[in-house]
Design a protein around this ligand. Sequence first.
Ligand code: SF4
Length: 122
Amino acid sequence: MKIEIAEIKRIREELDLAQIVVYGIDKDGVSHVATHGDTEMDAEAAAQNGNTMKDMLGWPKVLCESKPLARQCRHCNNFIPLVNSNEPLPKDTIPFVGKCSLHEITINAMTSCKKFDPKAGL
Ligand code: SF4
């Protein structure tokens, strides 16, 4: 089981925190760490604190180098990819251009804004 970023974001906002680091153990005994920050700087700092926590818990080094999710439209719940149905994209390809359901504008998938809302499953 994965702790979803959208869920951590919701908790952080509910508690009015700038940063949050969550540690949990699932019913199979597997540990999880998830982080979120208000600004991109907060997100970087929270990720670094999460990495420090994992390191102190003895997690493998490769798992202690996490970076925050890039705040790009393609990772946002409000992003609707524009796909040309005549030219199907290979599976797992992320279309470069899409629409924002919130702002009703056509956007570049790399754009971001203060309304960034991480997709479920990330
Ligand atoms: S413009 Fe903002 S709200 Fe819209 S998809 Fe991009 S990051 Fe999300």
